[in-house]
Design a protein. Sequence first.
Length: 191
Amino acid sequence: MQNIVLFGPPGAGKGTQSAFLVDHFGFVHLSTGDIFRSNIKGDTELGRLAKTYMEKGQLVPDEVTIRMLEDSANAHQGAIGFIFDGFPRTTAQAEALDQFLEGKGQSILGMLALEVPEEELRTRLAKRAETSGRADDADPKVIQKRIDVYNEETAPVAKHYQSQGKYKGVQGVGSMEEIFGRLSAAIEGLS
Ligand code: B4P
């Protein structure tokens, strides 16, 4: 089974590229951000809790996020492989994911990390705010907080995969098609 972590800061293009990768490779896409937003829309207990963190640009607590991710993965028993988008975002989440997959006799094949300069991230998220209706895109202070949280809490997750020889940096600036080409080549190079 091919399980891939698509990594990168907020606005790096994880969600955008996941859609292309699902079409091309047939992965099941698990985006923790999308699952939280769907719970917020449905006004569930989980959604109400997640909203209090997301609107401030903070991470939703590990315990809640890990349980939700495992439930979502378990709901796709026949998957040929998962693309994990926005998860893991902390080292504790990365360790929990390893354990969860190990319990199923599986593992992560590779982490593909989209590399995009901060100025470009701010520009992309501010532009998306014009159409997304996302409260966390609308306020430049919240965008900055998300970038800061990424640098402090999420960027260290790369080391977890580097130490396993599974990390691959991918240039995330260019046309969506060019970046898809780079990611596809990186996936085909994994074994
Ligand atoms: P996410 O939904 O993961 O939001 P994100 O980091 O902003 O990434 P997203 O996928 O939306 O953006 P993308 O790069 O595709 O998380 C939202 C919040 O949920 C987090 O802040 C946190 O509070 C919570 N959360 C989620 N997962 C969590 C976890 N594991 N633990 C704890 N909390 C968690 O795209 C951005 C924009 O760039 C798009 O508008 C796109 O059109 C544009 N774009 C893409 N590619 C481009 C290109 N090549 N050129 C120009 N623009 C491009």
